[in-house]
Design a protein around this ligand. Structure first.
Ligand SMILES: [Fe+2]
Ligand SMILES: [Fe+2]
Length: 375
């Protein structure tokens, strides 16, 4: 087994100093090159032998939507109002945390409002960058996966991901008030996923870990927000994401059945590394930096907010059951179970996995059927 030091560059997973020392230094770069180290694989076996993937592919073809015409972009968005509402819904500003003697002690409504607005710009920016990661990773899967059914399905996901980048970029430009560069932890993770030469690692990193987390995070924000355009946007994106996570579960379930114990350990370690990177990315360190507040102090304070721990755990509510379904929790004497216990997220192991959930999440088809019934 590798040590924490080897996997995530620090011994203690909660070492805040070490986490915050990872920052994005290339904030002005316009292009970022990553070696993808993989062969493009042709297959001459065109037999459709994987009906579950075939079914998913048919569903995906019917559930396509147009980012430009299927969302109410004419909606007026008052970002300050939305930001305040979201913050109140999420438990209020700095509630339940003792701020006396800290840099935030003198903050009034104006400063908290500014923070809420920046926090929203940051959150949607990271969603956008993550979506581009999914676009690149899934294009790679089209090339590298050996099965024709998976190549077919992945091609629809490429279109989905382009649409997701498009909607988040448009929302940021037209409705919000500024972009943030990619968070350094997220970029490290995306780089690692793309660099790995093994085709299943792209799936594990992207479909299971990044998209599993995205599905939970979008669900959280969808519930929270009262802004109708964002709500509808997230509803449609989540419908697509549920298929993507199912694609990962269905593909890897088959493949992991035939891996050796040593090969499974590498997958477990990769899942652990990805989980830590994603947790670290949610600390919003760049927002505090932009507001000129000492980052370590601010992050320490936000971690104390009672709703914070719950939010952080909820992010893993899809990942943990999916890892269980893939046999990754218990292989190697329960290595990943132990790691997820240390991260405080093991309680989700018996929640619904995402192999079938996409059937209930088909929001686009639901809306079309409702519209047809009404006319
Ligand atoms: Fe996406
Ligand atoms: Fe996706």
């Amino acid at each position: 087994m590798s040590t924490n030091e080897e996997l995530i560059g620090r011994t203690d997973i909660n070492d805040l100093e070490a986490i915050l020392s990872i920052t994005n230094t290339e904030v002005d770069e316009v292009a970022h090159a990553v070696k993808d180290n993989a062969d493009a694989l042709f297959t001459w076996d065109y037999e459709r032998t994987r009906p579950a993937l075939g079914k998913l592919y048919e569903k995906a073809k019917k559930a396509q939507w147009n980012a430009q015409t299927d969302l109410p972009w004419e909606t007026e968005v008052d970002q300050e109002e939305v930001a305040i509402n979201n913050a109140i819904q999420a438990g209020g500003f700095g509630q339940g945390v003792d701020l006396s003697g800290t840099s935030l002690e003198k903050w009034g409504d104006k400063e908290w409002l500014h923070f809420a607005v920046e926090s929203q710009n940051w959150t949607l920016s990271q969603f956008m960058h993550g979506e581009q990661g999914a676009l690149v990773c899934t294009a790679k899967i089209v090339e590298t996966v050996p099965w024709i059914d998976a190549k077919y399905y992945a091609s629809t996901q490429v279109v989905d991901e382009a649409r997701h980048v498009e909607v988040f970029a448009k929302y940021l430009d037209e409705k919000l008030s500024g972009h943030y560069p990619i968070n350094a932890h997220l970029r490290l993770l995306l780089d690692d996923i793309v660099q790995d030469s093994r085709w299943d690692m792209t799936y594990l990193g992207m479909q299971i870990m990044v998209e599993g987390l995205a599905l939970a995070a979008f669900g959280f924000l969808h519930q929270l927000t009262t802004e109708p355009l964002l709500k509808q946007l997230l509803r449609y994106v989540m419908g697509d994401e549920a298929r993507h996570v199912a694609f990962g579960v269905l593909s890897l379930q088959e493949y992991y059945n035939q891996l050796s114990a040593a090969e499974l350990v590498e997958r477990q370690e990769f899942a652990f590394e990805a989980a830590v990177r994603m947790r670290d990315r949610f600390l919003q360190q760049e927002v505090w930096e932009r507001l000129g507040i000492p980052v370590k102090e601010a992050v320490t304070l936000t971690m104390q907010a009672p709703e914070r721990a719950l939010f952080q755990q909820m992010l893993f509510s899809k990942i943990v059951p999916n890892c269980k379904k893939l046999g990754l929790l218990d292989a190697a004497d329960g290595y990943l179970r132990q790691k997820f216990t240390e991260l405080g997220v093991i309680a989700f192991e018996d929640w619904a996995d995402t192999g079938e959930e996409y059937e209930q999440f088909d929001e686009v088809t639901k809306d079309r059927e409702a519209a047809a019934a009404a006319s």
